[in-house]
Design a protein around this ligand. Structure first.
Ligand SMILES: *Cc1c(COP(=O)(O)O)cnc(C)c1O
Length: 393
């Protein structure tokens, strides 16, 4: 009898080790059963229940606890960081489950503090602040100011929530240095690795307890789904995060998980191409008379050496620039493009941009345009950006 998909893809996949092959190869083959007759594509298993009698599981009998399609995606995500992944309905759902898992642990000692970057993703700040009634106090810091971080971490117990490169200012924080400060303070460090992805940057190697992702962005890469993930080597933490997923119910859709696995196979190719083009675009913008400042990890002199060390393969698809002009000038530029799409989000195959401060809770400068570089030929992008900047005045 052929094994049922549930047996072939257990809820907790084996911890993938460095078995001699590169992450690029492993992410392509992860989740695929090599037994003769097996489907090469991990099956999409849309079901709410699994046939079971007596003791349920493992795996669980109910679809809020496990699904073979999630398991295949989680195996692939885990290969990028030699760890295990737990996937969620969105990046924010992953961030919530991780915050709850880490603060409930800390709260046994006393009220926890969440130390997080003042220039990080604005919804993460709002989420942390909304945890106040549950005992978590939020402290905003500049992650590039190590003395300030050290000072704030001294009041234990803390949770250090890092984000680098940050969204949308693309500032690069020193993860190894932050990891050391966190270790001294006995504070777990979390890294929002959405912008770099697990291919370009390895937070777990630099002292992080967990990486957290919006897979909605570069990881899935095709602007067709929302998903998130927590990646860690700490089995106890992963267990707690999984419990929050089952209890909170923010589970990934099976179709989304299946699409994300497909997208992930080309992540290395995509981000390498996007990083090369983004650097070329950033350099072009740097000398443009209408541009005041360009923010890109591959350009900023103060953190260039650090960025090269921390992201040796590329600096990622995302950059931002401040126009030498007003809010309406920036809006006009965004509207004028014929190729770069005016929209939010980033990391898709299509290039896109937006005036970031149009979001009410975003603290970005008024004339800042955040640009996500896709996989179109860079000459087309440069032509479109140049035309947009020269027509929209
Ligand atoms: C988009 C984003 C999130 C939230 O992810 P969703 O999938 O939209 O819930 C979290 N962190 C960063 C850095 C992001 O860009």
């Amino acid at each position: 009898m052929r094994p049922r998909p549930v047996d072939r893809y257990p809820a907790t996949t084996p911890l993938v080790s460095s078995d001699g092959f590169s992450a690029e190869s492993r992410v392509i083959h992860a989740g695929t059963d090599r037994a003769p007759g097996s489907a090469v594509t991990p099956p999409l298993v849309p079901t709410s229940i699994f046939v079971s009698a007596d003791e349920p599981g493992p795996p669980d009998a109910y679809g809020r606890s496990s699904n073979p399609t999630w398991a295949a995606l989680e195996e692939a995500l885990g290969t990028l960081e030699d760890a295990r992944a737990v996937t969620f309905a969105s990046g924010m759902a992953a961030a919530l489950a991780l915050s709850l898992s880490l603060t409930e642990d800390r709260a046994r000692i006393m009220l926890p503090r969440i130390v997080l970057p003042v220039d990080g993703y604005y919804n993460t700040q709002i989420l942390a602040q909304r945890l106040r009634p549950f005992g978590a106090e939020t402290v905003l810091v500049d992650l590039l100011d190590l003395e300030q971080v050290e000072r704030e971490l001294r009041r234990t117990p803390c949770l250090l929530w890092a984000e680098t490169p940050s969204n949308p200012l693309l500032r690069v924080a020193d993860l190894a240095a932050l990891g050391q400060l966190a270790a001294v303070a006995d504070a777990p460090m979390v890294v929002d690795n959405t912008v770099a992805t697990g291919f370009l940057q390895k937070p777990l190697e630099l002292g992080a307890t967990a990486s957290v992702y919006s897979l909605t962005k570069s990881a899935a890469g095709h602007s067709d789904l929302l998903l998130g993930a927590v990646v860690s080597r700490d089995e106890q933490l992963l267990g707690r995060v999984r419990q929050w997923r089952s209890l909170g119910g923010a589970i990934p859709g099976t179709f989304e998980a299946w699409l994300a696995l497909r997208g992930l196979k080309t992540l290395p190719l995509r981000v390498k191409a996007q990083s090369e083009s983004a650097l070329a675009v950033a350099r072009h913008l740097e000398t443009h008379p209408r541009v005041r400042t360009v923010h890109y990890p591959g350009l900023t002199p103060a953190t260039l050496e650090l960025a090269r060390r921390q992201m040796p393969v590329g600096f990622g698809p995302l950059l931002s620039f401040e126009l030498d002009g007003s809010k309406s000038h920036a809006e006009a530029v965004v509207r004028a493009s014929r190729l770069v799409l005016p929209t939010t989000s980033f990391g898709g195959v299509e290039s896109s941009w937006e005036r970031r401060a149009r979001w009410p809770s975003e603290s970005a400068p008024e004339s800042l345009i955040r640009l996500s570089v896709g996989i179109e030929p860079v000459s087309d992008l440069l032509a479109d950006i140049e035309a947009s900047l020269s027509t929209a005045r």
